[in-house]
Design a protein. Structure first.
Length: 696
């Protein structure tokens, strides 16, 4: 038996010429059925086959993941419609000739009519109306619109495929596949637009065949068979209704199949397209609160007098339970997803810009008010410098650190720690050396190096502070020490935050206030050169708020001088009144002069390269210079605002030599002194301690 089944299966296998022969045979058989009479038994077999094929197509449509999986459906629709019509013709022939059309038609008629002819006719008409006006009409409109939109969208889809191919996001093979799919979609929906007319005509044909069977059967029964009108009406009505239902049920299933296919909107998921059943279920379960609301509405309906309360309460419980279950499941999935994300270290695709000034406190800080006081004082210093000098200082950000103790705070530049201090602990910072502490009998202290210098401070107790202050030695509280350190840091680092962006802001401001000057500046002074000049001014505590003087000087000199060092010196000369006011005291400048030999030594050691000018002074000479300077400052500690005075060509190079150890000591040139200010010499700097001597 299995051997014969395998042979039959191989013969009927839909491949090559055999498939074509099988399909041709089926079509010819259907056409013959329209002409030749069929025995009732064979008609039963064909009717059962018709119902089975229609049911199979409906189930198959529900399982489709993509409408292009059944591109032959329009042809199937034509064949099944022709098959049903041929069966209707064959059954009509048997009904009118023999008053018997097999057991299936009679069974359908008996069960549906149920002893009442009117009921049978009404049910048949309802099925026909549902199929014709509801399913078929809607499917026909959807197929028509789908065909139109698919055809209109073809050029856009083709262009999108070509663009992706040119961008190398898809291969040539993928492009060919997608183009073929676009063509298939267009042909499929176009064919469906026409094929839906078959279904519509099938419904109309069913109504006409029913009326023909009833009227013709009644006439044949009364006139030819000698039956009474009531018997003939009953017999032929049962057969007609049965025949109509046998034809309309497969037609309804086929219409439903067509509707499912043309109304399908594919929604691709990560696992690929879903069949329509899973897709409907997944979508209606995405809003669990709607289920709970529906459950509440069913409860309200159940409370209406006369309504079956148990039925509505059961439905309400089911809907509410479904909603609650989905909410809990969603929360569990969210929690599991968050835990999984925490467990996985993700690859960062972005980074945070570094914070320039950061004040960090310990994570378990106790005194929040003290933190706020420190921060406000620090911001006040920043705001003062911005207002006075026009510095572009970044804002001070705050943060916490788990590595800091509760009473510690730390200041960082570009997120690199600079210094760390402790809130008021009763200690004071003594500005002296170890020898002074030892001479006063102070043995217990904490030594700390001051950033950006080679100086040290010593934290001592309040009693030791009184002993030192009695001899004129300066001691500072932790707050004053903190603010002094912060102010020094602001002075030392402000030039870093003057760049092209800030230069462009100044240029835009000049453009709004002085349009003609802005035009000249744009022509002669590029933003990079302006930024470098501003950096040199800020680095030496020269305010840049006098923007007009700075820009006019640059416009004047930039046309014949490109060296930024010389341009900066020219701007300093233009700002000499401001410089004297900043570094002078009571119309007097307290200055250290340089020995002529030292000036000549610095001047002769300057070397010009493509990377700029630099001083090639020997390290021994530099150390002697620094030592001489330090000795003079120690002897002149009571002099207000000491400055170093030298020639204009030596000044910038001498500043480079002394900037690191003596940042707080300004170095000015003779050209930067206004007539209103007098010069008071407080010392002469030489290359050795013997050459260096105070003048007071």
């Amino acid at each position: 038996m299995n051997h014969h089944l395998r042979n039959l299966n191989s013969y009927l296998a839909p491949s090559g010429e055999r498939a074509e022969m099988v399909m041709a045979t089926i079509v010819i058989a259907v056409v013959i059925t329209l002409i030749m009479p069929l025995p009732p038994t064979l008609l039963d077999v064909l009717i059962a086959t018709n119902i089975s094929v229609s049911a199979f197509l409906t189930v198959f449509a529900l399982q489709l993941r993509d409408v292009l999986q059944l591109t032959t459906f329009p042809s199937l629709l034509l064949l099944t419609t022709l098959f049903r019509l041929s069966l209707s013709v064959a059954s009509t022939r048997l009904i009118l000739l023999d008053a018997h059309a097999g057991h299936i038609i009679e069974a359908f008629g008996q069960v549906t009519v149920g002893g009442n002819l009117v009921v049978g006719i009404v049910i048949f008409l309802i099925l026909t109306v549902v199929q014709f006006l509801v399913i078929t009409k809607g499917s026909e409109r959807v197929a028509e619109v789908g065909a139109r939109f698919t055809l209109d969208g073809m050029p856009g889809k083709q262009m999108a495929i070509d663009m992706e191919l040119r961008a190398n996001t898809i291969t040539a093979e993928q492009a060919r596949t997608r183009r073929a799919k676009v063509v298939q979609e267009s042909q499929f929906f176009g064919a469906m637009d026409g094929a839906m007319k078959f279904v519509k005509g099938d419904a109309l044909a069913g109504i006409i065949i029913m009326l023909t069977n009833m009227i013709g059967g009644l006439g044949i029964g009364v006139l030819q068979r000698g039956m009474t009108a009531s018997d003939a009406l009953r017999l032929y009505t049962i057969l007609t209704v049965g025949d109509g239902l046998v034809a309309q049920l497969p037609a309804l299933l086929t219409s439903l199949t067509a509707g499912l296919i043309v109304t399908r909107v594919s929604n691709a998921s990560e696992a690929g397209p879903l069949n329509i059943g899973r897709e409907i279920l997944s979508q209606i379960m995405t809003t669990p609160r709607a289920w709970i609301a529906a459950g509440g509405a069913m409860c309200v309906f159940g409370m209406i007098p006369g309504m079956p309360l148990p039925i509505f309460m059961t439905l309400a419980a089911g809907a509410t339970g479904t909603g609650i279950y989905r909410i809990k499941k969603s929360r569990r999935e969210t929690t599991a997803s968050e835990e999984q994300e925490k467990a996985i270290v993700a690859n960062r695709k972005d980074f945070d810009i570094v914070q320039h000034y950061v004040l960090q406190f310990g994570s378990n800080v106790n005194d929040v008010a003290q933190c706020r006081q420190i921060l406000n004082a620090m911001r006040a210093i920043r705001n003062k410098l911005v207002a006075k000098y026009g510095m572009f200082l970044p804002t001070v950000e705050t943060g916490d650190s788990v590595v800091l103790a509760p009473f510690d705070f730390q200041f960082s530049i570009d997120e690199i720690p600079v210094f760390k201090m402790t809130f008021d602990n009763g200690k004071f910072a003594a500005h002296c050396d170890r020898g002074v502490l030892a001479s006063h009998g102070i043995a217990e202290f904490v030594e700390e190096k001051v950033e950006f210098s080679d100086r040290h401070v010593y934290w001592i107790t309040a009693d030791d502070k009184k002993r030192l202050e009695g001899d004129g030695i300066r001691c500072m509280s932790y707050t004053d020490m903190f603010l002094q350190r912060v102010e020094t840091i602001f002075y030392r680092t402000a030039y870093r935050y003057v760049g092209i962006e800030e230069a462009q802001k100044i240029a835009k401001w000049v453009g709004t206030k002085f349009p003609e000057l802005a035009k000249e500046m744009e022509r002669t002074v590029p933003p990079s050169r302006l930024a470098e000049v501003l950096q040199r001014l800020i680095a030496e505590r020269i305010g840049i708020r006098n923007v007009r003087v700075i820009v006019e000087t640059l416009v004047e000199w930039a046309q014949r001088e490109r060296d930024v060092t010389i341009l900066a010196e020219c701007v300093r000369c233009a700002l000499r009144r401001q410089i004297c006011e900043e570094f002078g005291s009571a119309s007097t400048l307290n200055v250290f002069l340089l020995e002529p030999d030292l000036e000549n030594l610095v001047r002769d050691s300057v070397r010009q390269t493509s990377y700029g000018n630099f001083v090639t002074l020997e390290q021994e000479s530099v150390e002697l210079l620094v030592g001489s300077m330090r000795a003079l400052l120690a002897k002149s500690h009571d002099v207000a605002k000491p400055v170093v005075l030298t020639t204009q060509d030596v000044r910038p190079h001498l500043r480079k030599l002394l900037e690191e150890p003596f940042f707080d000591v300004p170095i000015i040139s003779y050209n930067e002194i206004t007539p209103e200010y007098s010069v008071r010499t407080i010392g002469v700097i030489g290359t050795s301690l013997e050459d260096s001597r105070p003048s007071i």
